[in-house]
Design a protein around this ligand. Structure first.
Ligand SMILES: Cc1ncc(COP(=O)(O)O)c(C=O)c1O
Length: 415
């Protein structure tokens, strides 16, 4: 990797919102003024101490940050290699990393005088976080969610409704995250005046990928300090699951310039990356194209039509990936791998049994990769995995996949 590229990591993206050949701003003329005023507001906020003071106050007293960096002793012993630390972002208010970013965007929306907030959601965690913060500030909230996800993430749909949000099921396509984002963008174009689109990952047109990354970078900043306190040095390897890539970018970004730190993103391999369309591994199985306002790696057919993609995990079920990841992949700064549904389900159970932590299906993918590599690493190798969400939302669908009937008094395993 060229050293000059390496030195420029912390400066990206360029003034056009490009990370190398990726990113940018592919939007209709109607949206352009909005995007520009958001960019202007964000540029102001970045250097405004009162903005960051408000963020830190809410992160501390509302979200419960800093989240712990936890040494997973039994998992480490079981795998018999690297020393495994879990960054416990599943302990945040609302149960995932999503709220780190939502707070930033809602503060910006309030500064811009917007009163109607729209969001897309896959696993429902971003929708829940948005509904939560809107309730706190008395803002109207509309969440677009694929009809298939409405079914498999039912607890989160009820949560959003309790919090006062309107949840709109989207039936186009396969009824998952991509379709929800299409409809949210359609809403935005028609309601430009009072509406703020709160995007849940490092995707969308510039400035969203960089802005969401900056809000999520609190994860990696805390890990740096916590690892220094625990071990007196930098970690050796960072691992995180990738849907659009926001929890991963949040962990990775503050370490991009530390050449000794090995960085691994884990995509959803579904039923196996060789199985046509039965996965959601955009970097491992896709190629560059344009979707949702930016250029990145996408699952697409020979004509450039976006393929639906598939994963057991609603949060990873997105046929694209944030443009900064596409860039890090192309220049070789980060490595991207994929994990199947089956491997993620095994990791889900291991975390419950050995650490007493019920993980979401999304970070279960990251954990499955930890399980693959930890045993071959030396015992002084420090590995940090982002436990970016808790599994409450997933217990019904995991029960179904494991053949467990939850309706009986003691449950029953069908086999
Ligand atoms: C718990 C959890 N982890 C990960 C993701 C994937 O999103 P991202 O890649 O933006 O972190 C989601 C998305 O819904 C999620 O709910």
């Amino acid at each position: 990797m060229a050293d000059d590229l390496f030195n420029s990591f912390m400066n990206g993206p360029d003034e056009n919102g490009r990370f190398g050949d990726f990113g940018g701003r592919f939007v209709s003329e109607t949206l352009m003024p909005l995007i520009l005023s958001l960019e202007e507001e964000y540029e102001k906020a970045k250097t405004d101490e009162s903005f960051w003071a408000e963020m830190h106050d809410l992160w501390t007293h509302y979200v419960g940050r800093p989240s712990p960096l936890y040494y997973a002793e039994r998992l480490t012993e079981h795998l018999g290699g690297a020393k495994i630390y879990l960054k416990r972002d599943e302990l945040n208010h609302t149960g995932a990393h999503k709220i780190n970013n939502v707070l930033g965007q809602i503060i910006l929306a309030r500064r811009m005088g917007k009163t109607r907030i729209i969001a897309e959601t896959g696993a429902g965690q971003h929708g829940v976080a948005t509904a939560t913060v809107c309730a706190k500030f008395g803002l109207k909230c509309i969440v677009y969610m694929g009809a298939h996800d409405v079914e498999r993430q039912a607890p989160n749909v009820f949560r959003m409704r309790l919090l006062g949000a309107e949840v709109i099921p989207v039936t186009s396509g396969r009824g998952t995250l991509k379709d929800a984002m299409n409809d949210a963008l359609r809403d935005w174009v028609t309601n430009v005046r009072d509406t703020f689109y709160c995007i849940g990952t490092v995707a969308g047109p510039h400035p969203y990928p960089a802005m969401v990354r900056d809000f999520q970078s609190i994860i990696g900043k805390e890990v740096r300090e916590q690892m220094h306190e625990a071990e007196g040095r930098l970690p050796d390897t960072l691992i995180a699951a990738i849907g659009g890539g926001s929890n991963a970018m949040g962990l990775f970004f503050p370490f991009l310039d530390d050449k000794s730190v090995n960085i691994i993103g884990v995509e959803a391999g579904g039923k196996g990356v060789n199985m046509k369309m039965e996965h959601c591994a955009s970097l491992t199985g896709g190629r560059p194209g344009v979707l949702h306002g930016n250029r990145t790696y996408l699952l697409q057919d020979d004509d450039g039509q976006i393929l639906e993609g598939y994963s057991i995990s609603a949060g990873l079920d997105y046929p694209g990936i944030g443009p900064e990841h596409a860039w890090l992949h192309e220049i070789g700064r980060a490595q991207y791998v994929s994990i199947t549904d089956k491997e993620a389900l095994e990791a889900f159970q291991l975390s419950c049994q050995l650490e007493g932590i019920i993980p979401a299906l999304e970070p279960s993918h990251a954990l499955a990769h930890v399980m693959k590599i930890a045993g071959d690493l030396p015992s002084d190798h420090l590995l940090v995995m982002n436990m970016c969400g808790r599994g409450d939302k997933d217990i019904f669908s995991v029960a179904k996949h494991l053949g467990f009937d939850m309706s009986g008094p003691e449950g029953r395993v069908f086999e």
